[in-house]
Every structure is written in structure tokens, then in C-alpha cells.
Write a protein that binds this ligand. Sequence first.
Ligand SMILES: C[C@H](O)[C@H](O)[C@H]1CNC2=NC(N)=NC(=O)C2=N1
Length: 111
Amino acid sequence: MTKNSPASSAQKADPAASADSKVKLSAEALAARMPNGWQGDAALIWREWNFPTYLDGVHFAERVAQQAEAVKHHPDLLITYKKVRVSYTTHDAGGVTGLDLEEAASLDELR
Ligand SMILES: C[C@H](O)[C@H](O)[C@H]1CNC2=NC(N)=NC(=O)C2=N1
């Protein structure tokens, strides 16, 4: 691929397409690439957000779910009072992949 060639249509259409969702990351690779604010291990990564109201958390979870459906990569969502925990793993790979990291890093803008 030459330097100036445009990204493939698949990458433009589906940003998650660029992240490898097939290969489970090693613990070392994961430690080096863990997105800010996230924690976990090679099996699963998670992060919690606090909200002023319960419904603010529910609406955040809805935005996360909408994005998940768009990219066909679905986190677990635990909605509790004024708090939401999002957990990512790639079921098809048996653990955390680059796609999980990419999706996790993107959620701050949905807050
Ligand atoms: C066909 C469909 O895209 C796949 O089953 C997707 C759905 N959402 C998914 N979400 C997650 N977290 N892991 C997967 O392996 C996965 N696979």
C-alpha cells in the first residue's frame, strides 16, 4: 500500500475493521496497550463511570449499546445507581483483542 493511497473502503466505513479482533493479546501486549482508565487482564477489561443521576448512566449505556451494534462488537453493561461498568472481551477469540482496546478507548467521547 503506497503512502498516499486512501484507506480501504472497509476501514473508512467501519473503523473497527482496522483492529484485529481475531487474535487474543498476550498479557504483556495488553499491559502495554491498556487504554487510560481501564483495568483487567487477558480475559476481560473493564471501566466504571459515575453519573449525577441514574438515568444519566442509563442514557450513557444506551449510547454505548448503539455504538456496539454499529460495529457488531458488544460489551457487557452493568447499570447500577449513578454508575455504569463496561466490560470488553472478544468471545470469538477467547479473550481481549485489539478490537476490545479500540472500542474501549472510544467510549470516553460517549460520556
Ligand atoms: C456475527 C457477530 O458479528 C459476532 O458474533 C460478534 C457479535 N458481537 C461480539 N461481541 C463481542 N464482545 N465478542 C464477539 O466475539 C462478538 N462477535
